[in-house]
Design a protein around this ligand. Structure first.
Ligand code: AMP
Ligand code: MG
Length: 420
């Protein structure tokens, strides 16, 4: 990974309240696209990011071929308007074989995908052909046009076309297209290796019982799942002791083995928050108080030149800041050209009578039955209420310092897009 330290230590953002847009822009500007690529088989390429344009070396289809099971005919062009024409059937061409040249007035049985023989100029589907009992002739009651049911050479792809572009996240249809031009391997960006750990002596692993004052470590599982969903390799140190030395040890280990380090919790400025001083000791850190709800504190820096992102500890804050800030950053590093979250316009079925100083990323369900989809709020929007995320279809952006009526159009992001 490249050295990004000169950018992140910009004094401009240290310790001041910062807008979500500025924070995102700064992060995206700091993200350097990976230089590490590898070759993968088509079967293993799903979800990976292409690291080069794919050109086709062939036309697809490579030859004129039949779109139907039926009869191909060498039609006399003078007889285009005639009806009830009869043709001798002199050949049979299945897909994968080639037929002999057809003389004017002759036909050949042909099957879907089979090449159109020399001399033939149209294909009539079998349902429209009346075959004689012995199959030696066919009669077509309607008038016939030239080039019916013929898929011409290069109909799908022309030789030298760019069929897939660098930065594309590979989907099943992309794999199909690559295979159709004979490409069996793809050049892709290497998976980003993300090292994670979690802080907080209150945290207990699921499967154990809780004592008073303890909670289950849910962020650990959320973050690992989100990163895997994003195609990252994860090196997970789990929950580490909430003290300065353990935090430094974890950071140092991950900086040797990973392309990015992420944590949740411990980035507030409380006495129990050791991540901040530990990162500062080993590198540099900007701690941002972002004017947003949920998720005020967000940390970005370097540990020995490896980028570091510290998400807040509250589960909803951690989830939402990952979606809004960390994932676009990760996507850009991974070479994904489509790294920005693109909003959809929806209408609120709620109002806002009192302007709020911080932008809210509120969890909503969407009713798609009207022309402009309608968003309803989950009743509890606290940063500790993870049920709100599970209930929601997505996140609506409620602008800061704004009052609005029911029916206002706002930006909305489906969770399905925000998390992948
Ligand atoms: P912190 O940012 O460490 O002050 O944590 C803020 C809140 O998030 C506290 O209530 C923590 O108990 C909670 N929290 C921190 N880490 C986790 C975690 N890994 N899983 C669930 N909750 C957490
Ligand atoms: Mg903590």
């Amino acid at each position: 990974m490249n050295d990004q330290s000169n950018k992140s230590s910009s004094p401009m953002f240290s310790n001041s309240l910062m807008s979500a847009d500025d924070a995102l822009e700064f992060l995206i500007d700091s993200a350097q696209v990976s230089e590490h690529t590898e070759i993968t088989s088509l079967d293993d390429s799903i979800g990976r990011i292409l690291s080069e344009d794919i050109h086709s070396k062939i036309n697809v289809p490579g030859f004129d071929n039949s779109a139907m099971d039926g009869y191909t005919i060498a039609l006399d062009e003078k007889k285009l308007d005639s009806i009830n024409q009869t043709f001798s059937v002199v050949d049979r061409i299945a897909a994968g074989s080639t037929g002999k040249e057809l003389k004017k007035g002759n036909a050949a049985r042909i099957f879907t995908g089979a090449p159109i023989p020399k001399g033939a100029n149209t294909v009539i589907m079998q349902e429209e052909c009346q075959a004689s009992e012995d199959g030696s002739e066919i009669t077509i009651s309607r008038s016939i046009e030239l080039n019916e049911n013929i898929r011409p050479t290069g109909n799908d792809i022309l030789k030298n076309d760019v069929i897939l572009k660098t930065g594309k996240k590979i989907k099943p249809e992309d794999i199909s297209l690559a295979a159709s031009v004979g490409i069996g391997e793809l050049h892709v960006f290497k998976r980003l290796k993300v090292g994670v750990f979690f802080t907080g002596d209150e945290l207990v692993e699921p499967g154990n019982s809780l004592t008073v004052g303890k909670i289950y470590n849910s962020n650990r599982y959320a973050l690992v799942a989100l990163l895997k969903n994003a195609g990252c390799e994860v090196l997970n140190l789990g929950n580490i002791k909430d003290n300065f030395d353990s935090t430094c040890g974890a950071l140092e280990k991950l900086s040797n083995d990973c392309d990015l380090i992420m944590t949740t919790g411990g980035v507030s400025v409380g006495e129990e928050d050791h991540v901040k001083p530990a990162v500062e000791k080993l590198g540099s850190l900007s701690l941002w108080k972002i004017k947003m709800k949920p998720g005020k504190p967000l940390a970005y820096g370097q540990v020995k030149n490896i980028p570091f992102i510290g998400l807040p500890g509250n589960p909803v804050s951690s989830f939402v800041t990952y979606c809004i800030f960390a994932l676009p950053y990760i996507k850009k590093i991974q070479g994904n050209s489509n790294f920005k979250n693109e909003p959809i316009k929806v209408k609120t079925n709620f109002d806002c009578k009192r302007a709020k100083p911080r932008r809210e990323y509120a969890r909503v369900k969407i009713d798609y039955s009207s022309e402009i989809p309608i968003a309803s709020l989950y009743p509890k929007q606290g940063s500790d209420v993870m049920s709100s995320v599970v209930w929601a279809d997505g996140i609506i952006e409620i602008p800061e310092n704004t009052v609005f009526d029911t029916g206002t159009i706002l930006d909305y992001y489906p969770l399905s897009e925000l998390t992948r």
